[in-house]
Design a binder for this molecule. Structure first.
Ligand SMILES: Cc1cc2nc3c(=O)[nH]c(=O)nc-3n(C[C@H](O)[C@H](O)[C@H](O)COP(=O)(O)OP(=O)(O)OC[C@H]3O[C@@H](n4cnc5c(N)ncnc54)[C@H](O)[C@@H]3O)c2cc1C
Length: 378
């Protein structure tokens, strides 16, 4: 990233992230991945230096960074470990929902909790509502001064450790997507149960689980925005979420590429380092081009968001290209390490497994193509 003109502030934050991840995360990343454990003590150290509130407005206790700087930092974190990054930053989009839909009182309460280390889970996906968010079947029925929630949410990131959930539920079945509302739900309310953490291909320490709401009563004041405006709130945060995932993917891909370059310089075959072979150099060149071109798209989309300009197509292009390129770069990193690339002794095996996640989350890449195609044919 050195080739970008960074402000002194940006350089300072990047150094802070680099120092923390090199000192605290790098030495233990293989261990907690293997054990599929959340490295809670290290997560708390990250929270202590505010790595979870970088994009929260200053007035609510955050660092108040612009979105471009924020994604640069996400990228820097993911060079070392995307799974750890996903835990400490899972609340970022939830905060955006509250910022957009919440009352002043809700914002102050929620941000204060997040700034003080509360974990938040976003509850959108259900068994029959994956790519099609409008099919949400969880219900929220008004009963006097309360709502009663019933339903089951899947793949909730930070689900087993969440202190708060942002839950999307139907308040008017007849209206489909126009009948969905968003709620803040405290994690200790009676009727909430959390399933076992999913065992996944990658992002092993990432905490993903089923959360069930069985006659969960919440105050009517926990509604975010107006009734039936929840779908609009998710749509308004989608672009941000997609660009953030794209930034995770370029950081992740850069980490795999850096390792492959270092290995190619050190590994000798036929009496010379394998990086002297044109076949290897061409692979590395293609990997560098894939990461750098995606980076430009991510920074462009982030700048559009900072300038409040329309960016849905740019966000989808950034997400599509960055995550597809990440998968390709991580696959080629394994190839460059040969047989060693397949073993858990070397980090590229983990980079390869984790890379698949980003083609699926925050709208699969088929959905991104749909968004781009529809926009072109509008
Ligand atoms: C690690 C991880 C973390 C997650 N975190 C969260 C979270 O915190 N909160 C949350 O609510 N959800 C979360 N999710 C869920 C995630 O958002 C969904 O998995 C994703 O939206 C896809 O939904 P699905 O898995 O039901 O796939 P489906 O929607 O069933 O899709 C299956 C396949 O069909 C394709 N497809 C679907 N519709 C179309 C179409 N119209 N045209 C072409 N192809 C189509 C898809 O691209 C995919 O290839 C997480 C998932 C994972 C894996």
């Amino acid at each position: 990233m050195q080739q970008y003109l960074l402000t002194e502030d940006q350089k300072g934050y990047i150094q802070l992230v680099k120092d923390f991840f090199t000192k605290e995360v790098l030495p233990i990343r293989a261990e907690y991945d293997e054990e599929e454990k959340i490295p809670m003590a290290t997560i708390h150290k990250a929270l202590d230096i505010g790595l979870h509130i970088l994009d929260i407005p200053e007035e609510y206790g955050g660092a108040g960074l612009d979105f471009l700087t924020y994604v640069m930092l996400i990228e820097e974190m993911c060079k070392v470990d995307d799974a750890f990054t996903s835990i400490i930053n899972a609340g970022s989009i939830a905060c955006k929902v509250v910022e957009l839909g919440g009352t002043q009182e809700q914002k102050e309460m929620f941000y204060d909790k997040v700034a003080n280390g509360a974990f938040v889970g976003m509850c959108i996906t259900e068994a029959n509502a994956g790519s099609d968010v409008s099919a949400i079947a969880t219900t929220a029925v008004r009963d006097g001064e309360e709502y009663v929630l019933n339903g089951m949410k899947l793949f909730v990131s930070n689900g087993s450790i969440a202190d708060y959930f942002i839950v999307f539920a139907s308040t008017d079945k007849r209206k489909g997507s126009k009948g969905i509302s968003a709620f803040i739900v405290e994690g200790d309310r009676p009727g909430i149960s959390r399933g076992k953490r999913e065992k996944k291909l990658g992002v092993h320490c990432g905490d993903t689980c089923v959360v069930t709401f069985d006659n969960v009563r919440i105050p009517a004041g926990n509604l975010l925005g107006n009734e039936n405006e929840g779908f609009k709130l998710t749509m308004q945060t989608l672009d941000r979420g997609r660009v953030k995932v794209a930034a995770m993917a370029i950081g992740h891909a850069q980490g795999a590429l850096d390792y492959a370059v270092q290995y190619a310089k050190e590994r000798d075959q036929f009496g010379q380092p394998i990086c002297k072979f044109q076949g290897i150099q061409f692979m590395l060149a293609d990997m560098e081009a894939a990461v750098e071109s995606a980076r430009q798209m991510v920074y462009h989309a982030a700048s559009l968001i900072d300038n409040q300009m329309p960016c849905s197509r740019a966000a989808s292009i950034a997400k599509l290209v960055a995550t597809d390129n990440c998968m390709k770069v991580c696959t080629d990193a394994v190839q460059i390490l040969g047989g060693y690339g397949l073993t858990r002794e070397y980090p590229v095996e983990r980079y390869f497994r984790n890379a698949k996640t980003y083609q699926i989350v925050e709208g699969t890449n088929q959905i991104q193509r749909m968004v781009i195609g529809r926009d072109l044919c509008r």
